[in-house]
Ligand binder design. Structure first.
Ligand code: NDP
Length: 293
Protein backbone atom coordinates (compact mmCIF):
# COMPACT_ATOMS: atom_id res chain seq x y z
CA UNK A 1 0.00 0.00 0.00
CA UNK A 2 1.36 3.44 -0.84
CA UNK A 3 -0.22 6.40 0.84
CA UNK A 4 -1.55 9.63 -0.55
CA UNK A 5 0.77 12.55 0.13
CA UNK A 6 -1.08 15.43 1.77
CA UNK A 7 0.32 18.49 0.01
CA UNK A 8 0.34 21.38 2.49
CA UNK A 9 1.07 23.89 -0.27
CA UNK A 10 -2.12 22.93 -2.13
CA UNK A 11 -4.22 23.14 1.05
CA UNK A 12 -2.60 26.48 1.92
CA UNK A 13 -3.31 27.89 -1.50
CA UNK A 14 -7.00 26.87 -1.25
CA UNK A 15 -7.23 28.60 2.14
CA UNK A 16 -5.40 31.66 0.75
CA UNK A 17 -8.00 31.97 -2.01
CA UNK A 18 -10.81 31.92 0.56
CA UNK A 19 -9.06 34.64 2.58
CA UNK A 20 -8.48 36.84 -0.48
CA UNK A 21 -12.08 36.35 -1.60
CA UNK A 22 -13.32 37.73 1.74
CA UNK A 23 -11.32 40.95 1.53
CA UNK A 24 -13.26 43.06 -1.03
CA UNK A 25 -16.41 42.97 1.13
CA UNK A 26 -14.33 43.80 4.21
CA UNK A 27 -12.72 46.72 2.41
CA UNK A 28 -16.08 47.96 1.12
CA UNK A 29 -17.48 47.96 4.64
CA UNK A 30 -14.48 49.37 6.52
CA UNK A 31 -12.52 51.35 3.92
CA UNK A 32 -9.33 49.44 4.68
CA UNK A 33 -7.68 46.02 4.53
CA UNK A 34 -7.25 43.79 7.61
CA UNK A 35 -4.00 44.67 9.39
CA UNK A 36 -1.52 42.23 10.93
CA UNK A 37 1.21 43.51 13.28
CA UNK A 38 4.23 41.28 13.82
CA UNK A 39 6.68 42.07 16.59
CA UNK A 40 10.21 40.66 16.62
CA UNK A 41 12.56 41.22 19.54
CA UNK A 42 16.23 40.53 18.83
CA UNK A 43 17.96 38.86 15.91
CA UNK A 44 17.24 35.13 16.09
CA UNK A 45 17.94 34.10 12.46
CA UNK A 46 15.03 31.61 12.20
CA UNK A 47 12.63 34.16 13.73
CA UNK A 48 13.80 36.82 11.25
CA UNK A 49 13.00 34.46 8.37
CA UNK A 50 9.54 33.61 9.81
CA UNK A 51 8.66 37.27 10.44
CA UNK A 52 9.68 38.28 6.91
CA UNK A 53 7.63 35.40 5.45
CA UNK A 54 4.55 36.40 7.48
CA UNK A 55 4.73 40.04 6.36
CA UNK A 56 5.24 39.00 2.73
CA UNK A 57 2.31 36.58 2.81
CA UNK A 58 -0.04 39.13 4.41
CA UNK A 59 0.78 41.67 1.68
CA UNK A 60 0.43 39.03 -1.06
CA UNK A 61 -3.08 38.23 0.12
CA UNK A 62 -4.03 41.91 0.18
CA UNK A 63 -3.76 42.58 3.90
CA UNK A 64 -1.76 45.31 5.56
CA UNK A 65 1.41 44.29 7.40
CA UNK A 66 2.96 46.28 10.23
CA UNK A 67 6.39 45.02 11.25
CA UNK A 68 8.17 46.03 14.45
CA UNK A 69 11.80 45.02 14.93
CA UNK A 70 12.99 45.76 18.43
CA UNK A 71 16.48 45.54 19.91
CA UNK A 72 17.51 42.38 21.80
CA UNK A 73 17.82 44.57 24.93
CA UNK A 74 14.22 45.91 24.76
CA UNK A 75 12.75 46.15 28.25
CA UNK A 76 9.58 44.38 29.31
CA UNK A 77 7.89 47.77 29.84
CA UNK A 78 8.78 49.04 26.34
CA UNK A 79 7.39 45.84 24.80
CA UNK A 80 4.20 46.10 26.89
CA UNK A 81 3.85 49.77 25.84
CA UNK A 82 4.07 48.78 22.17
CA UNK A 83 1.43 46.06 22.67
CA UNK A 84 -0.85 48.59 24.40
CA UNK A 85 -0.49 50.93 21.40
CA UNK A 86 -1.26 48.10 18.96
CA UNK A 87 -4.27 47.02 21.05
CA UNK A 88 -5.62 50.57 20.79
CA UNK A 89 -4.87 50.98 17.05
CA UNK A 90 -8.02 50.32 15.05
CA UNK A 91 -6.03 49.53 11.86
CA UNK A 92 -4.39 46.59 13.65
CA UNK A 93 -6.66 43.52 13.76
CA UNK A 94 -4.04 40.93 14.66
CA UNK A 95 -0.94 41.08 16.86
CA UNK A 96 1.73 38.41 16.80
CA UNK A 97 4.79 38.50 19.03
CA UNK A 98 7.36 36.16 17.52
CA UNK A 99 8.55 33.52 20.00
CA UNK A 100 10.90 32.66 21.56
CA UNK A 101 11.52 35.99 23.26
CA UNK A 102 14.97 36.82 24.72
CA UNK A 103 15.39 35.30 28.19
CA UNK A 104 14.93 38.52 30.20
CA UNK A 105 11.35 38.95 28.94
CA UNK A 106 8.33 37.28 30.57
CA UNK A 107 6.56 35.48 27.70
CA UNK A 108 3.33 34.77 29.57
CA UNK A 109 3.00 38.41 30.70
CA UNK A 110 3.66 39.61 27.13
CA UNK A 111 1.10 37.25 25.55
CA UNK A 112 -1.40 38.11 28.30
CA UNK A 113 -1.09 41.81 27.42
CA UNK A 114 -2.42 41.24 23.89
CA UNK A 115 -6.12 41.94 23.37
CA UNK A 116 -7.52 38.35 23.12
CA UNK A 117 -9.55 39.38 20.07
CA UNK A 118 -6.30 40.39 18.30
CA UNK A 119 -4.32 37.34 19.53
CA UNK A 120 -3.78 35.70 16.12
CA UNK A 121 -1.39 33.11 17.60
CA UNK A 122 -4.24 31.86 19.80
CA UNK A 123 -1.93 31.65 22.82
CA UNK A 124 -3.73 34.03 25.19
CA UNK A 125 -5.26 32.23 28.17
CA UNK A 126 -8.69 33.58 27.15
CA UNK A 127 -8.40 31.87 23.76
CA UNK A 128 -7.09 28.65 25.31
CA UNK A 129 -10.10 28.77 27.66
CA UNK A 130 -12.53 29.46 24.83
CA UNK A 131 -11.16 26.45 22.91
CA UNK A 132 -11.41 24.18 25.96
CA UNK A 133 -14.96 25.44 26.60
CA UNK A 134 -16.12 24.95 23.02
CA UNK A 135 -16.58 28.70 22.47
CA UNK A 136 -15.54 30.50 19.27
CA UNK A 137 -12.13 32.19 19.45
CA UNK A 138 -8.72 32.40 17.84
CA UNK A 139 -7.03 28.99 17.64
CA UNK A 140 -3.28 28.33 17.58
CA UNK A 141 -2.19 28.33 13.91
CA UNK A 142 -0.39 24.97 13.62
CA UNK A 143 -3.21 22.83 15.08
CA UNK A 144 -5.78 24.82 13.11
CA UNK A 145 -3.91 24.08 9.88
CA UNK A 146 -3.63 20.38 10.81
CA UNK A 147 -7.37 20.19 11.48
CA UNK A 148 -8.24 21.86 8.17
CA UNK A 149 -6.07 19.36 6.29
CA UNK A 150 -7.63 16.42 8.17
CA UNK A 151 -11.14 17.64 7.38
CA UNK A 152 -10.29 18.20 3.73
CA UNK A 153 -8.75 14.72 3.47
CA UNK A 154 -11.25 12.74 5.53
CA UNK A 155 -14.47 14.74 5.51
CA UNK A 156 -16.20 13.66 8.72
CA UNK A 157 -13.87 13.04 11.66
CA UNK A 158 -16.66 12.03 14.03
CA UNK A 159 -16.07 8.77 15.90
CA UNK A 160 -12.50 8.32 14.71
CA UNK A 161 -9.78 7.26 17.14
CA UNK A 162 -7.09 9.95 17.17
CA UNK A 163 -3.77 10.13 18.96
CA UNK A 164 -1.85 13.35 19.47
CA UNK A 165 1.74 12.68 20.47
CA UNK A 166 2.93 15.76 22.37
CA UNK A 167 1.07 17.98 24.87
CA UNK A 168 2.58 21.44 24.38
CA UNK A 169 0.44 24.54 24.79
CA UNK A 170 1.40 25.55 21.24
CA UNK A 171 0.51 22.32 19.42
CA UNK A 172 -0.47 19.15 21.30
CA UNK A 173 -3.12 20.45 23.70
CA UNK A 174 -5.02 22.68 21.23
CA UNK A 175 -4.80 19.91 18.61
CA UNK A 176 -6.41 17.45 21.02
CA UNK A 177 -9.16 19.98 21.85
CA UNK A 178 -9.91 20.56 18.17
CA UNK A 179 -10.17 16.83 17.47
CA UNK A 180 -12.38 16.36 20.51
CA UNK A 181 -14.65 19.14 19.25
CA UNK A 182 -14.93 17.16 15.99
CA UNK A 183 -16.13 14.17 18.05
CA UNK A 184 -12.95 12.12 17.74
CA UNK A 185 -11.98 9.88 20.64
CA UNK A 186 -8.65 11.44 21.55
CA UNK A 187 -5.58 10.01 23.25
CA UNK A 188 -2.91 12.51 24.27
CA UNK A 189 0.51 10.88 24.54
CA UNK A 190 3.68 12.40 26.02
CA UNK A 191 7.10 11.47 27.33
CA UNK A 192 5.68 9.34 30.20
CA UNK A 193 3.21 7.39 28.05
CA UNK A 194 3.51 3.60 28.39
CA UNK A 195 3.62 1.47 25.24
CA UNK A 196 3.33 4.29 22.72
CA UNK A 197 3.59 1.88 19.74
CA UNK A 198 0.38 0.07 20.78
CA UNK A 199 -1.46 3.35 21.28
CA UNK A 200 -0.36 4.69 17.89
CA UNK A 201 -1.33 1.36 16.26
CA UNK A 202 -4.91 1.78 17.51
CA UNK A 203 -5.37 5.22 15.93
CA UNK A 204 -7.14 6.21 12.71
CA UNK A 205 -5.54 9.67 12.97
CA UNK A 206 -1.99 10.24 14.20
CA UNK A 207 -0.72 13.77 14.87
CA UNK A 208 2.96 13.80 15.80
CA UNK A 209 4.25 16.92 17.59
CA UNK A 210 7.20 15.67 19.57
CA UNK A 211 10.37 17.34 18.27
CA UNK A 212 12.31 14.03 17.99
CA UNK A 213 13.50 13.01 14.52
CA UNK A 214 11.48 10.05 13.14
CA UNK A 215 10.61 8.69 16.59
CA UNK A 216 7.15 7.50 15.44
CA UNK A 217 8.14 4.39 13.52
CA UNK A 218 6.46 3.38 10.29
CA UNK A 219 5.65 -0.08 11.67
CA UNK A 220 3.45 1.52 14.37
CA UNK A 221 1.04 3.04 11.86
CA UNK A 222 -2.30 1.27 11.44
CA UNK A 223 -2.96 0.41 7.78
CA UNK A 224 -5.00 3.20 6.21
CA UNK A 225 -4.45 5.71 9.04
CA UNK A 226 -4.04 9.43 8.32
CA UNK A 227 -0.74 10.82 9.60
CA UNK A 228 -0.02 14.50 10.25
CA UNK A 229 3.63 15.16 11.02
CA UNK A 230 4.16 18.50 12.77
CA UNK A 231 7.82 17.91 13.63
CA UNK A 232 10.62 19.92 12.11
CA UNK A 233 14.02 18.44 12.94
CA UNK A 234 17.32 19.40 11.36
CA UNK A 235 19.61 16.37 11.13
CA UNK A 236 22.73 15.33 9.28
CA UNK A 237 22.59 12.01 7.41
CA UNK A 238 25.11 10.58 4.93
CA UNK A 239 27.05 13.83 5.25
CA UNK A 240 24.03 15.91 4.17
CA UNK A 241 21.96 18.35 6.24
CA UNK A 242 18.28 17.36 6.04
CA UNK A 243 14.92 18.34 7.46
CA UNK A 244 12.89 15.42 8.83
CA UNK A 245 9.66 15.14 10.78
CA UNK A 246 8.74 13.23 13.93
CA UNK A 247 7.49 10.30 11.82
CA UNK A 248 9.66 7.78 9.96
CA UNK A 249 8.20 8.97 6.67
CA UNK A 250 9.37 6.34 4.15
CA UNK A 251 8.19 3.39 6.25
CA UNK A 252 4.99 5.11 7.45
CA UNK A 253 4.06 5.91 3.84
CA UNK A 254 3.76 2.14 3.22
CA UNK A 255 0.91 1.68 5.66
CA UNK A 256 -0.70 5.10 6.06
CA UNK A 257 -3.72 5.98 3.94
CA UNK A 258 -2.46 9.57 3.74
CA UNK A 259 0.54 11.38 5.23
CA UNK A 260 2.04 14.87 5.31
CA UNK A 261 5.65 15.24 4.14
CA UNK A 262 8.31 17.32 5.91
CA UNK A 263 8.90 19.86 4.52
CA UNK A 264 5.79 20.79 2.52
CA UNK A 265 3.06 19.52 4.86
CA UNK A 266 2.15 21.29 8.08
CA UNK A 267 4.55 24.24 7.60
CA UNK A 268 2.77 25.98 4.69
CA UNK A 269 -0.61 25.51 6.39
CA UNK A 270 0.67 27.04 9.65
CA UNK A 271 1.49 30.37 8.03
CA UNK A 272 -1.77 30.40 6.04
CA UNK A 273 -3.73 29.64 9.22
CA UNK A 274 -2.11 32.72 10.74
CA UNK A 275 -3.38 34.72 7.76
CA UNK A 276 -6.82 33.19 8.29
CA UNK A 277 -6.71 34.20 11.96
CA UNK A 278 -5.80 37.78 11.01
CA UNK A 279 -8.68 37.94 8.52
CA UNK A 280 -11.02 36.30 11.02
CA UNK A 281 -10.03 38.71 13.80
CA UNK A 282 -10.62 41.65 11.45
CA UNK A 283 -14.09 40.44 10.49
CA UNK A 284 -15.16 39.62 14.04
CA UNK A 285 -13.91 43.00 15.34
CA UNK A 286 -16.04 44.72 12.70
CA UNK A 287 -19.02 42.44 13.42
CA UNK A 288 -18.82 40.78 10.01
CA UNK A 289 -19.12 37.01 9.47
CA UNK A 290 -15.62 35.46 9.36
CA UNK A 291 -14.31 34.09 6.03
CA UNK A 292 -15.62 30.59 5.27
CA UNK A 293 -13.27 27.71 5.96
P1 NDP B 1 7.57 20.86 22.78
O1 NDP B 1 9.00 20.52 22.98
O2 NDP B 1 6.98 22.03 23.48
O3 NDP B 1 6.69 19.58 23.16
C1 NDP B 1 7.06 18.30 22.80
C2 NDP B 1 6.08 17.30 23.36
O4 NDP B 1 6.50 16.00 22.94
C3 NDP B 1 6.01 17.29 24.89
O5 NDP B 1 4.67 17.24 25.30
C4 NDP B 1 6.77 16.02 25.27
O6 NDP B 1 6.24 15.35 26.42
C5 NDP B 1 6.52 15.13 24.08
N1 NDP B 1 7.58 14.15 23.95
C6 NDP B 1 8.92 14.36 23.96
N2 NDP B 1 9.59 13.19 23.84
C7 NDP B 1 8.64 12.22 23.74
C8 NDP B 1 8.69 10.82 23.60
N3 NDP B 1 9.84 10.17 23.54
N4 NDP B 1 7.51 10.15 23.54
C9 NDP B 1 6.34 10.80 23.59
N5 NDP B 1 6.23 12.13 23.72
C10 NDP B 1 7.37 12.84 23.80
O7 NDP B 1 7.38 20.98 21.19
P2 NDP B 1 6.24 21.70 20.31
O8 NDP B 1 4.92 21.12 20.59
O9 NDP B 1 6.41 23.17 20.37
O10 NDP B 1 6.73 21.25 18.86
C11 NDP B 1 6.77 19.88 18.49
C12 NDP B 1 7.46 19.76 17.14
O11 NDP B 1 6.70 20.47 16.16
C13 NDP B 1 8.86 20.36 17.05
O12 NDP B 1 9.63 19.57 16.15
C14 NDP B 1 8.64 21.73 16.45
O13 NDP B 1 9.77 22.20 15.74
C15 NDP B 1 7.50 21.42 15.51
N6 NDP B 1 6.66 22.58 15.17
C16 NDP B 1 6.35 22.76 13.86
C17 NDP B 1 5.52 23.78 13.46
C18 NDP B 1 5.20 23.91 12.02
O14 NDP B 1 4.75 24.96 11.60
N7 NDP B 1 5.36 22.88 11.22
C19 NDP B 1 4.98 24.74 14.43
C20 NDP B 1 5.27 24.41 15.81
C21 NDP B 1 6.10 23.37 16.14
P3 NDP B 1 6.30 15.96 27.92
O15 NDP B 1 5.21 16.98 27.96
O16 NDP B 1 6.03 14.79 28.77
O17 NDP B 1 7.66 16.56 28.08
Amino acid sequence: MTSRIIDGKVHASTLGEKISASLPAFRAKTGRAPGLAVVLVGHDPASEVYVAAKGRMARQLGMESFEFKLAETTSQQDLLDLIARLNADDRVDGILVQLPLPGHLDTLAVISAIDPDKDVDGLHLVNAGRLASGLPGLVSCTPLGCLLMLKAELGQLSGKDAIVVGRSILVGKPMAQLLLAENCTVTIAHSRTHDLPAKVRAADIVVAAVGQPEMIRGAWIKPGATVIDVGINRIERDGRKRLVGDVEFAAAAHSAGAITPVPGGVGPMTIMSLMYNAARAAHVRKELPPPEL
